[in-house]
Design a binder for this molecule. Sequence first.
Ligand code: SAH
Length: 263
Amino acid sequence: METPPRGFAPPESFDPAQQMQTLQAGCRTLGIPLTPLQVAQFEVYYQELVEANAKFNLTAITGYEEVQVKHFLDSLVALPLIVEEVGDTLPPATPRHLVDVGTGAGFPGIPLKIVAPQLKLTLMDGTGKKISFLQQVVARLGLRGVEVVQGRAEELGRSPSHRGQYDLVTARAVAPLNTLAEYLLPMARRSGLVVVYKGAGAPQEFVEARKAIETLGGETVRLAPVQVPLLGEQRFILLIKKVAPTPDRYPRGQGLPRKKPLS
Ligand code: SAH
């Protein structure tokens, strides 16, 4: 195994051929290369997730196979589409800055960072206990170039340190698309890409959010049906390019993106 990053200790008696086999098979299907060190990082991430989950609820998905499919592979499924859109390789060679909004226990941000170490990553969430968990995982995995920020997307999207700052903006399972567009588009830089993870309801949500996306400076590139390896459920990845600045009045305060989504 290559030299692990400072601060990262692979699990004792770790054999990369024997562990995370479902993830490894899925990554082969997706065309995403995985080194033994990265396999070890996923293994430790899994252990941290299960351990923290015993103390406070982070996720309902905790089985070894289930986490590999529904959290790890589901998070990685967008990467081939992203690199295709921005004209990069797998793993990406360009150090783009990605913000994962409403990241929870770190999805999709941390799996993306593990397989694409060149990414600079900002993890955002409104909940304090999630933030402490994320800080601990980032340290345990020895991840470099990761910032963990506590706050509400609709407030951070107004602050100069986050507004218009990111090449890539992701979110999975955070809000309906018309609400989400108002959280995410303000953070993307001009020509940046917003990447939304959605389930089977995506086409309908898209119809309801089309106008909002345009108002906020976005242009839809594609709504792609995707197959998460070994998962029998429909998933979609929506790619939105930021083509114009978001007007100053967005995101609105007082919970309005959620209570009165743009239409
Ligand atoms: N993206 C993760 C977590 C989904 S749960 C996953 O796919 O597993 C939704 C998360 O979004 C929660 O952790 C919640 O705290 C966070 N969240 C919801 N609305 C938010 C907002 N307006 N600003 C910041 N975080 C938010």
